[in-house]
Design a protein around this ligand. Structure first.
Ligand SMILES: NC(=O)c1ccc[n+]([C@@H]2O[C@H](COP(=O)([O-])OP(=O)(O)OC[C@H]3O[C@@H](n4cnc5c(N)ncnc54)[C@H](O)[C@@H]3O)[C@@H](O)[C@H]2O)c1
Length: 424
């Protein structure tokens, strides 16, 4: 089942697409009223009900005539192309990166439909977006699971998308080593569902969220787009397979595809509207930024640095931290540069590696909290050193990271965390 809300309807009453049960309920109710009225032998009531039924029959006839729509006006906006308006489907738009991307797209006058099953995202983020852009026809939210091919097909049939930004995914390396099938299903197979729906409904532009985890642990740094992809955990493998499927399919069509391989995403909206709010149960698999804030807030006793014997300068893992504001800027640029029959593949990183120890220091400074740090053994599936060569995206899309001060990015995110102690 697909629930759809938009404009002022948001959070008041879920609208159920494509189900006639409202009308069936109505006629059942009428039949009951009718029988009831017979029991009471109330001729006046019977006549009134009969008139009412006749009215309903006329109304239903009109409803099922080809020209009739039961849908509110905002729905029509999303189901029709409008000259000069680009309608982007943002899958996973209730999540961390997807919500920031939706915010940027809305700010840049795109029309946005978010599809999310809220398994990991927050309806609160969608509410913030709606508050920022309440005008009809700007943003709609559809609650659906991308694993439900029928629901996805229905969404594509009832909306006219110009492009898809496919963010929705489970995205924790550690979790993927414990639940590989879930990852292959959610990432690889759901991407297939999205692609099939795009093909069936003639949607020709795809911006795909991929990851540096598809490279595995290359010997040579920095990582370039041509660096062989040899993923070492199910998360990276599932994303690599999804990439392969997208590329194979796009070779047979005139699709415009941009595959963005993100490095480690941190930070939040500098204006403090959105932040990163993963479910508490995901803490144990969590990302380093979340753990830093949880430790600073005293939710967890301290930080656990997993692995101190990697072949890096200080023995801890080295990562390339990219601010979410820069990342969504890369998406907007990718969308603008997407060309039919072309697949653009880009690393989205700063080009600079920072060790976990450096990160922890920046976290302490940004939060002003003397966080306790525990050094542990390596975590399965982790790799020692990963940082990007972002020169291709600079040359071709004119994109470079602007928010490269780790401490500053964490400070902005910390501000949001402090004012949202229970998430959204
Ligand atoms: N966060 C990072 O550091 C990072 C790094 C590289 C790549 N990525 C990729 O970026 C994308 C977004 O990641 P994020 O950090 O925002 O994660 P997130 O968990 O915050 O957001 C993912 C969203 O997708 C939704 N979702 C998951 N499965 C779904 C399904 N079957 N149907 C509908 N919705 C579904 C979740 O409810 C959630 O709102 C993912 O594809 C991830 O692999 C993230």
């Amino acid at each position: 089942m697909v629930y759809k809300v938009s404009g002022s309807d948001l959070f008041k009453q879920p609208f159920i697409i494509g189900s006639d049960f409202k009308f069936l309920n109505l006629t059942d109710q009428l039949r009951m009223d009718f029988l009831d009225s017979r029991r009471q032998s109330n001729a006046g009531k019977v006549i009134a009900v009969a008139f009412f039924i006749a009215g309903c029959v006329v109304m239903l006839k009109q409803m099922y005539s080809p020209s009739y729509t039961t849908r509110p006006t905002w729905y029509i906006t999303f189901s029709q192309h409008e000259l000069g308006v680009t309608h982007v489907l943002v899958t996973g738009g209730a999540g961390y990166i997807g919500s920031h991307a939706a915010l940027r797209l809305l700010k840049d006058s795109y029309r946005v439909t978010i599809v999310d099953n809220l398994s990991r995202g927050n309806l609160g983020a969608v509410k913030v977006l709606h508050e920022q852009f309440p005008e009809p026809g700007r943003l709609q939210f559809i609650y659906a699971d991308l694993g439900d091919a029928k629901a996805v097909s229905k969404i594509f049939a009832e909306n006219t998308f110009d492009a898809v930004m496919h963010f929705a995914a489970v995205a924790y390396v550690g979790e993927s080593t414990m639940e590989p099938l879930r990852y292959y299903h959610n990432i690889t197979s759901n991407t297939l569902v999205v692609l099939e729906a795009m093909a069936a409904h003639n949607v020709k532009t795809l911006i795909y969220s991929s990851t540096c985890a598809t490279y595995g642990e290359p010997v040579k740094m920095p990582i370039r787009e041509e660096t062989p992809q040899l993923p070492i955990n199910p998360y990276g493998k599932a994303k690599k397979m999804a990439e392969d499927i997208i590329i194979d399919f796009s070779n047979t069509t005139d699709m415009a595809v941009m595959i963005l391989r993100y490095f480690n995403v941190i930070g939040s909206d500098p204006e403090g509207r959105l932040g990163e709010a993963p479910r508490p149960e995901l803490r144990e698999h969590g990302r380093i930024s979340g753990a830093c804030f949880d430790a600073a807030r005293g939710i967890i006793p301290g930080l656990k640095v997993k692995g101190t014997d990697y072949k890096t300068a200080d023995g801890t893992c080295v990562r390339d931290y990219i601010d979410v504001t820069d990342l969504v800027d890369a998406h907007v640029k990718a969308l603008a540069h997407a060309k039919p029959r072309k697949v653009g593949i880009y690393n989205v990183g700063t080009g600079k590696g920072r060790s976990v120890k450096e990160f922890v220091d920046a976290c302490k400074k940004a939060t002003g909290v003397e966080i306790k740090v525990e050094y542990l053994d390596r975590r399965p599936g982790d790799y020692a050193e990963v940082f990007s060569d972002p020169s291709k995206i600079k040359q071709e899309l004119n994109w470079t990271a602007q928010y490269t001060d780790l401490q500053e990015s964490l400070k902005i995110a910390w501000k949001w965390q402090k004012s949202h102690l229970n998430g959204y």
